[in-house]
Design a protein around this ligand. Structure first.
Ligand SMILES: NC(=[NH2+])NCCC[C@H](N)C(=O)O
Length: 422
């Protein structure tokens, strides 16, 4: 097993290793009644979604990236006893399942082999399935559920591996998630990064404490690793100023970054994460949704504390930028004279449709080489005409979860961009 320490030096440098999740049984749990709470806009034809995802993985592997499947990582982590105990402690909760059912659920899960437990954790469990496995003492919580209601919720948004954890330079944020449907995703990553042999032996920093962070939510879709010590974070429906502050302080304390630009996005589902409206495609270029406009931002830097001791007591300097300076502030943080902003010319309806279909959610696999969904034809053509290599993957089914190639990838090894290039 390769044991190179994880490191993500940029947004667009060559992608060497990435975590993805092939959609599985968890998506079969979606129904018209549950899909809204589970943050999907439609039901998915799962077999087709899997084929699409396999093509996505093939493109990444073909470009030289090692593709790690989240399910494999979780299953292999569960073989490590403390990881198993940690996951079981966090998956079943008296506050959710009630005091009568919780110990039975835990004991039932504990008796499962690693593969079955992985499926239960990601795919969830219905009352009927539970009763086939064990006898349950009188539980008001279970009694109130219908036979096919879910006792353990599924995690269909694990498909979007980007969000619950994100690597920024030489450390990882296991994120505190904004939406209840996604909070348990952090448990999976915590188990993997703490105990999976691939990660447990490596040295890396922690930019957040995941489950313990409460309101200080950050999601990886809002975090862009600009390169050379700069980071861009969207404050959005999902990422709070508290989360940005903690991230900045921790990055500065280790010296892993020294500039964080925070961009104030409108809090709305269409702009749920920064990467749904703006992604980086080479060292100086961003695709940007036409209707995003210019937004207020601020640049956060560590205050010069020479003469003081204790780096984690770091204080922050915050420089405000009015909306019209958005691009200039970003360029400045990146040490550039200006940015190349790419916005395809198209009518407003078509632009809105392509944004909804993740036309702006490109995943760069090397500078100037991006993976996008096939359905966002105008954006893809525009990128090609602008000199980019565009690798299309099918997104008819996958796109219904409101996430594209960038959302479906959590890079763990990626080269930086050399300052001379930016
Ligand atoms: N990085 C992203 N844009 N992720 C998209 C996540 C979509 C997911 N259904 C959610 O609502 O959370």
């Amino acid at each position: 097993m390769q044991s190179i320490a994880p490191y993500v030096g940029s947004e667009v440098g060559r992608l060497r290793q990435v975590i993805v999740h092939r959609p599985g049984v968890e998506l079969l749990r979606l129904t018209p009644e549950t899909m809204d709470d589970l943050l999907f806009d439609d039901l998915i034809w799962v077999r087709r979604a899997q084929e699409e995802h396999d093509e996505f993985c093939a493109v990444l592997a073909g470009a030289g990236a090692e593709v790690l499947q989240l399910t494999d990582l979780l299953r292999e982590s569960l073989a490590v006893p403390p990881a198993r105990a940690f996951v079981l402690d966090h998956a079943f909760d008296e506050r959710i399942h009630g005091p009568a059912a919780t110990p039975v659920l835990r004991a039932t899960a504990e008796a499962m082999d690693d593969a079955a437990l992985t499926e239960l954790l990601i795919g969830g469990l219905t009352k009927r399935e539970l009763l086939e496995l064990t006898d349950v003492p009188s539980s008001v919580v279970l009694h109130a559920l219908g036979a096919d209601d879910l006792v353990v919720a599924p995690l269909p948004n694990h498909l979007f591996t980007r969000d619950a954890s994100c690597w920024v330079y030489d450390g990882v944020a296991v994120n505190s998630m904004r939406m209840p449907a996604r909070t348990r995703e952090s448990v999976t990553y915590e188990a993997i990064y703490r105990w999976h042999p691939r990660f447990a032996g490596s040295e890396f920093h922690r930019w957040s404490d995941g489950l313990a962070d409460g309101q200080a939510t950050v999601e990886g879709g809002d975090v862009l690793v600009l390169g050379d010590g700069a980071v861009l974070v969207g404050m959005s429906e999902r990422t709070t100023p508290q989360g940005v502050e903690r991230l900045a302080k921790r990055l500065f304390a280790t010296g892993s970054a020294d500039r964080v630009v925070a961009l104030a996005l409108p809090s709305a589902r269409i702009f749920m994460h920064l990467d749904t409206v703006m992604t980086m495609v080479d060292e100086r270029s961003f695709i940007k949704y036409a209707d995003l406009g210019m937004l207020p931002s601020y640049t956060i830097t560590p205050r010069d504390r020479s003469g003081h001791d204790g780096r984690d007591e770091i204080e922050l300097d915050i420089a405000d930028h009015p909306p019209e300076q958005m691009h200039a502030a970003l360029a400045d943080a990146m040490g550039l004279d200006g940015l190349r902003i790419l916005t395809a010319e198209q009518d407003v309806h078509s632009a809105a449709r392509e944004q909804w279909d993740d036309g702006c959610n490109a995943l760069a696999i090397a500078p100037g080489v991006v993976v996008t969904y096939d359905r966002t034809t105008t954006s893809n053509t525009y990128l090609r005409d602008s000199g980019f290599e565009v690798l299309e993957v099918p997104g008819a089914e996958l796109g219904r979860g409101r996430g594209g190639p960038r959302c479906m990838s959590c890079p763990t090894l990626r080269e930086g961009v050399r300052p001379s290039e930016i």
